[in-house]
Structure formats: C-alpha cells, structure tokens
Design a protein around this ligand. Sequence first.
Ligand code: CTP
Ligand code: CA
Length: 230
Amino acid sequence: TAAHRRRDDLAGVRVLVTAGGTREPIDPVRFLGNRSSGKMGFALAAAAAARGAEVQLVAAPTSLTTPPGVIRTDVTTALDMHAAVFDRVADVDVVVKAAAVADFRPVTAAGSKLKKSAGAPRLELVPNPDILADLGERRRGGHAQPLLVGFAAETDDVEAYGRDKLARKNADLLVVNDVGASDAGFGVDTNRVVILGRDGARTEVGLATKRAVAERILDAVVDLLPAGPA
Ligand code: CTP
Ligand code: CA
C-alpha cells in the first residue's frame, strides 16, 4: 500500500525513537505507569528503518516485537530513559519522543513487597526530569542538532496544549492526538493526529493506521532536515 511504500528519503539519517510507557517502581511488584502501548513509537521506528534511517529505539516495557533493522535498548523508568537518550543524543540527527514518560515517581521504592495488612501506603512522589524539555534546553545551549519531535496526548483544547508544549520544550514538531476519541490513541491500531510545526505550520492526519500516521510524521521530518548528504 502507499503507506508502506519503500523510499530511501531517510537514508543515512540517524533517528532515535523512544516508545512505550515508563514504569516507576513502588515496590518489587508494583509500579506507577500509564496507558501507552508503544504502538505509535514502534510504528515510527519501523517506518523510519524502511525509509533507510539508522534507527535506535529506546523502549519502555511493551509487548511489541522489535521492527526489522532497528537497534533496541530496553529501559524501565523515566530516569533510565533520560540516561539512555542522553548517552546517544550527540550521535543522532532526529529524536522522536513518542514515549509516555511518567511525570512523577515515588521518592523511594520499597525493597520488600508492601503488604495490604499494613494499610494503604502513603506514596511520596517527586517529579521526573522532562527528557524532551532537557533536549530542547541542550539545543538552546548551542547544539543545532538533533531535530526534536514531541508528542502530546490531550483532551479538551488539544491544539492549544500542543502549541504550548512545542514552544515550551523547544521542539521542531509536536504531534497532538485527541485521546478523548475511542478510535485513536491508546492501545488501538489507528490514530488521528495534527502535526504542529514552528511558525503556525499545521498538518491534519485523518483517522489512519499508526503506520500511515508514522509515514506522515516522517514526511514532516524529511521536510525539515538539512538538504543534501551530511
Ligand atoms: N516528555 C518527556 N519527559 C517527561 C514528560 C514528557 O520527554 N518527563 C515528552 C513526551 O515524550 C512527549 C512530550 O514530552 O513527547 C509531551 O508529553 P506530555 O506528557 O504530553 O507533556 P507534559 O509536559 O508532561 O505535560 P502534561 O502531562 O501535564 O500534559
Ligand atoms: Ca506528562
């Protein structure tokens, strides 16, 4: 199909994708997490590899298999993901932050399983670092690269929240999806997004497979890449 057409417009481009939802341990068996399935990020990694990119995938726990040609690193927590991304950032051209990063983590994880009979635990939470915002900050510090693509799953005024995140995190593209709808977003194979760019650029992608949405996001990335061989 058109969405799966083989193109080489990302040949030689080094792309780092983060996917899945981080897990923040409470004790050895429990965690704070979120509803990300990882499907959008894995679709992006697969599509980028098929278009010739050198793809690294930093994956929080998911049940998905690694797409062909993709180098995968598994992480669990937001702190792990932050470290894995910053270890690689100097050697990539594009970072796609499809992962759902837990905003907070328990200040400590209990070493032993918490027992119900001890009563409801009082979880003290601390904020996790914002990986995308830290990448944006690093660029303000004089690094031109990499190109930064963020995501936002929103309800209510989805585009306004997206615009705000694009600016605040100093990203180049921000992909917003309305998770109020049941046919798009969490867990399902389809999505409907708006791709926001700097200076008001806006591309609507109607309901489509996550793979087809990934191809459209990569089209927007290709448009922003410096022309010609590196
Ligand atoms: N993100 C990140 N690190 C975090 C939180 C978010 O890198 N600690 C990235 C996500 O991967 C995504 C983008 O920032 O690409 C937006 O994530 P989102 O959760 O929508 O934004 P927040 O700034 O956390 O705002 P909120 O959850 O309050 O809407
Ligand atoms: Ca968040």
